[in-house]
Design a protein around this ligand. Sequence first.
Ligand SMILES: [Zn+2]
Length: 366
Amino acid sequence: MTLRRPNTLAARERRTQRARIAALFAGLRTCYRAGQRVLKAVASFFSSLLAPLTPPGHHQMQASFEERVTRAQRLLTGDLRAAEKETAGKRLTWLEQAGFPEAPEWPELRSPADGSSATARRAVSPRQAYELLFRDYMGLDLLELPVVEESDSHVTWLSRNACPTLEACSRLGLDTREVCRVVYEKPTQLFLSRLDPSLRFVRDYSAIRPYAPHCRESIVRLDLDGLMREAIAEAWAAKAEGNKGYGAAIVLGDRILAQAHDSITTDRDPSKHGELKVICEAAATLGSPDLCGALLLSTCEPCPMCAGLAIWANVTTIIYGSSIADAAAMGRTRIMVEAAEIAQRSPFTIEVFGGLLKTECDSLYV
Ligand SMILES: [Zn+2]
């Protein structure tokens, strides 16, 4: 008996210890499960917050969680330029894979051997571009973006689709007029330019959700030859006045905002380049230094000053006729830095195409 007591005590203690350990494990299990639930809830919260940042197009459905986090951080920290570059890169990669590789040099694309450039080699209608962008690339049902106006040269639709960016902006307290302009305007134009450089994307920012019941958007086809001829006429006017003979025009949507020619000699002002004058005039007309969406046409490749100004003005596209090298070879004094190089070194997205109506432009500098 005397020997059993300690045993009994020991057994009780062991039982108590086992019970404590079991309780401890049960507690840990509960904590673990609760932790898992919390983690799941946190992950679900972030997923719901971040998921709308990825457009529903099937090409982007595989965007990883990390990519969504990065995208949300960019929107939240205001790094919209990075989001713009990423969007543009994805769109151009998709086009490459869809059989729309980068176009050859403009003269090959636009100017047949006879010197005219009336026929684009790769002509895509505004309607085809609209379908390619929204149905094929984004995977949207076009009934959600009904076309309300259409002709051979333009298509206008009202976007009523469930928009991930709109949803994200409302959750994050951001203004779509700013976010959508920076993140989507230029990438959409790059997409269209790859299809056919005469197509332009036009969005009415006064009619954009949530400030309007839908987003009103258009694709227009410009008569680029006709617009360049306006610039050429300016250049001839400059020569007639005793100036150097550089003409320029700036276009937003399908509207010429300004056209001008250099007046360095007559104004006795070395800054009076045609491109600089049209950029300043367009900014004054719009009442804003931001010319996002604008197309700058110039008879000759813009000099570093004008290419730089186009970048600071946030111009979307530069199209020129003669190159700096062409003009220099014909005896013109030029700073030998290509506009494309300045664009490439810039933090902003800007397209540069050369060679439109090159023969006619070259005749100005012979
Ligand atoms: Zn210049």
